[in-house]
Write a protein that binds this ligand. Structure first.
Ligand SMILES: [Zn+2]
Length: 135
């Protein structure tokens, strides 16, 4: 099995509703997203996919959705206030944890046709969440 991974960095703010610790407070991260593709075979250029194509798609999605935005659960009352102030927000159906962000990136890159194996979001230099459809 061949695998390739591309990463891209982004900045975001979020908070987690009902969190018992400090993550209940609005705070920010310099995060990194990684997307890994896999394929048993290579294309005619001997690649799983072109790093440039994957990198552009990943960066574009992050720029349009997560980068320099506040990511909040759609039930968070702060959303209304931030939007009224012209702040760009990204709404998630549930708490915007690194796990949920990794799942979103996985599904978005897969929807673009990439053979996605896993997606990972590094929330800090020592903490990441990975989503894959493997058992
Ligand atoms: Zn956080």
């Amino acid at each position: 099995m061949h695998k390739i991974t591309k990463s891209a960095s982004f900045c975001y703010g979020h908070r987690l509703a009902d969190h018992k610790g400090k993550c209940k407070n609005l705070h920010g991260h310099n995060g990194t997203a990684e997307v890994t593709l896999s394929s048993a075979t290579l294309d005619s250029t001997q690649m799983v996919a072109d790093f440039g194509d994957l990198g552009r798609a990943l960066k574009q999605w992050l720029d349009e959705n997560f980068d320099h935005k506040v990511i909040l659960c759609s039930g968070d009352p702060l959303l209304k206030t931030l939007k009224e102030q012209g702040q760009q927000c990204f709404e998630t159906a549930v708490n915007p944890t690194a796990e949920i962000m990794a799942q979103l990136i996985f599904k978005e890159m897969k929807a673009l046709g990439f053979p996605v194996r896993k997606a990972r979001v590094w929330e800090t230099a020592t903490s990441y969440a990975t989503y894959s459809e493997d058992k």
